[in-house]
Write a protein that binds this ligand. Structure first.
Ligand code: BGC
Length: 413
């Protein structure tokens, strides 16, 4: 495909990919998610198992990222590995992440590190996770200890990935009252029985009313703990942001917006940057979320392929947060790689339009480098630029990876 004629990306613009620890590393046996995935009943289609074996193959992943011409690599450190028992920090796990960070630098990839991407240590979930107030202090302790060792090598940090994920869950009806919610409830009840922990709470399936205030506190305390260990490290938070479109009279778009973001816009305002993570739009009528209207194609995830949402959310973040904006995730779940190429092109066009309008978008990170563990959807959903053989873990670049590389190397927006 010929490249559209555009101008150079702003100086220092970050081109990258994003991935998370649990979704790619494999063998995260000490996490809450591992228990939920392997217990019966479960809401997960597949267990994460070996994932992409990135815990062992991270150099190969970083070599691929570097070969695409990227200058930024967003990944997660896994709390369940670093603090396998309360207050017991694993130097070996921290050393592993030192090596990953050094390998990033050796390839000129700025490491953007996520301190929490949905999973927590099993012991933390068993004591109530973020549903109990001192969960915030425990998270902050982890942030501080990890930064003491890893801080000098981290390029940018975020406390939580999609800190407002429960806000999104509230807006999406499929989690509210139907079979998925019932499956999740049964899964958590079984986990409570299995672990003999009546308070067991997992971030993705917990009670938003209880979790949200504790996570806001955890973010503030985690931010302070990271800064205490390395004051000049930029620390932000990433939010799930979808374009909210009001449809028809008396639509409840404003209400959906408030539900979706809660106190997190304010929390982002008090941080050093915001990571925008946009996948689609939400059309809101007078009764709440409307189904796709057929005017745009739907991705394999069941939501609309609507890249316009990316520009809308970058603008929203710039206007409401007023801090540097990074597009820390966007991508498309599809087996049609040509659709991914188009999505990437459309994303770049959205970023370019924002920059033309004076919005300081400082980077674009595609989700994801690899086909990986897509939470309850298991391995069937494909977001990656790179295919991963589920038996041999062989990585194979898709045409979209080569296309992304051509756009990155041209450094044009
Ligand atoms: C999450 C990722 C997830 C991706 C695609 C984001 O909400 O941060 O963990 O894999 O979306 O669904």
């Amino acid at each position: 495909m010929p490249l559209p004629a555009r101008r150079r990306a702003p100086k220092g613009f970050l081109w990258g990919t994003a991935i998370s620890a649990h979704q790619s590393e494999g063998g995260n046996t000490n996490s809450d998610s591992w228990l939920l995935e392997t217990n019966t009943p479960t809401a997960f289609k597949d267990p994460s198992g070996d994932a992409c074996d990135s815990y062992n193959r991270y150099k190969e992943d970083l070599d691929i990222a570097a070969s695409l011409g990227l200058n930024c690599y967003r990944f997660g450190i896994e709390w369940a590995r670093i603090e396998p028992a309360p207050g017991m920090f694993s130097e070996a796990a921290l050393d592993h992440y030192v090596q990953v960070l050094e390998a990033c630098h050796a390839r000129k990839l700025l490491p953007m590190v996520t301190f929490n991407h949905f999973t927590v240590p099993l012991w933390f979930a068993m004591r109530g996770g973020f549903e109990v107030a001192d969960g915030a202090d425990l998270f902050a302790r982890f942030c501080g200890r990890a930064t003491e060792k890893l801080g000098p090598l981290i390029g940018m940090a975020t406390t939580f990935n999609e800190a407002n994920i429960l806000g999104l869950r509230r807006v999406l009806p499929r989690f509210a009252s139907d079979a998925a919610a019932e499956n999740a409830r049964n899964m958590i009840a079984a986990a409570r029985r299995r672990t003999n922990s009546p308070q067991f709470s997992s971030m993705l399936f917990g009670d938003p009313d209880k979790i949200d205030p504790v996570m806001l506190d955890a973010h503030a305390k985690g931010y302070a703990a990271i800064k205490a260990a390395r004051s000049d490290l930029p620390v932000g938070v990433t939010l799930s942001m979808q374009e909210i479109q009001g449809v028809g009279p008396n639509n409840r778009a404003k209400e959906a917006e408030a539900t979706m973001y809660g106190g997190w816009i304010d929390a982002a305002r008090k941080s050093d940057f915001i990571g925008v993570q946009t996948y689609s739009r939400l059309r809101i009528g007078d009764k709440g979320l409307l189904p796709p209207d057929g005017s745009v194609p739907v991705t394999d995830m069941g939501y609309e392929n609507y890249p316009h949402a990316i520009g809308a959310c970058l603008r929203y973040a710039a206007e409401h947060v007023g801090k540097p904006v990074y597009l820390t995730e966007t991508g498309i779940g599809t087996t049609d790689d040509a659709a991914r190429v188009k999505f990437i092109e459309a994303t770049i066009a959205e970023v370019a339009k924002c920059i033309d309008d004076g919005i300081d978008v400082k980077g674009y990170l595609y989700w994801s480098l690899l086909d990986n563990f897509e939470w309850t959807s298991g391995y069937a959903k494909k977001f990656g630029l790179v295919e991963v053989d589920r038996t041999t873990f062989k990585r194979t670049l898709k045409p979209s990876a080569r296309y992304f590389a051509s756009r990155v190397k041209a450094n044009l927006l």
